[in-house]
Design a binder for this molecule. Structure first.
Ligand code: SF4
Length: 244
């Protein structure tokens, strides 16, 4: 919710979509094959099995997406084994109104590390504004890097402000596996002042609950892909094609 609220404030998410998704009962969305593959991969690493069925080819075997992710599984399991004691997997935890679903929680040297597993086809995509590629580049002077970093910071802080077994996490990592090739990116965060962040999140929640009007932010592509477009009077009316 906090990420989406930030997107709304940045005007990259329509206020009506935010309101429906988080305050009015949610939005049903079909998962994409890439999302299914990501969940399958996480399940296979974390639990060794999954309810998701990999997409198979007629001639047998998995399709390229699942094959690439399957090839990462031994490395991912090795990374899990090297992290220390795995104390929790796929756990949902709460602190007040803040809810997190943590893929992996480790304890090593009395310190708690939280890991979120991600898969992406865009690890090396230099052009997608919000792709992980911006962080893989590591160009701290680029606007893209700072935007993506801020976005991921929010997620990291959210994971870290919820205690595990009464203890605050000490660090957070994303393990990002490419669904196109063999590359893996690890991003680590050690976040200070967690209580201040928790207060901030509670304040943000109050701000959301106090908002009586969420602004429609129509835009041609966004509206065309919007699950609310059928009954929306604000839907962008710009023509799909402009012939000059
Ligand atoms: S159709 Fe456009 S304006 Fe309407 S809710 Fe969707 S994104 Fe917002």
């Amino acid at each position: 919710m906090y990420k989406d609220f930030l997107s709304y404030q940045n005007r990259t998410l329509c206020g009506l979509v935010f309101e429906q998704a988080w305050l009015n009962g949610g939005i049903e969305k079909e998962s994409t094959e890439a999302q299914d593959a990501g969940w399958w991969f996480e399940d296979m690493v974390v639990r060794g099995k999954s309810d998701k069925e990999p997409t198979s080819l007629k001639k047998g075997g998995y399709n390229a997406l699942f094959r690439t992710l399957e090839a990462h599984i031994p490395l991912a399991k090795e990374m899990v084994a090297n992290e220390g004691k795995l104390v929790s997997a796929d756990e949902t935890a709460y602190r007040g109104n803040v809810r997190v679903k943590r893929d992996l929680v480790f304890v090593k040297d009395n310190k708690i590390k939280v890991v979120d597993i991600k898969t992406t086809a865009h690890l090396n995509n230099k052009w997608d504004y919000y792709a992980w590629g911006a962080l893989a580049e590591g160009d701290i002077y680029s606007h893209r890097f700072m935007m993506q970093k801020r976005h991921k910071d929010i997620q990291a802080k959210t994971y870290m402000c919820v205690p595990y077994n009464g203890m605050m996490p000490d660090s957070f990592e994303y393990w990002i596996f490419s669904s196109k090739d063999s590359e893996v990116l690890i991003l680590d965060f050690t976040v200070e002042e967690l209580d201040a962040w928790y207060e901030h999140m509670e304040d943000t929640l109050q701000q959301i609950l106090d908002t009586s009007f969420f602004e429609p932010i129509p835009e041609l592509k966004r509206c065309n892909e919007c699950p609310l477009k059928k009954n929306c009077k604000y839907k962008s009316k710009l023509p799909n094609k402009i012939v000059i």
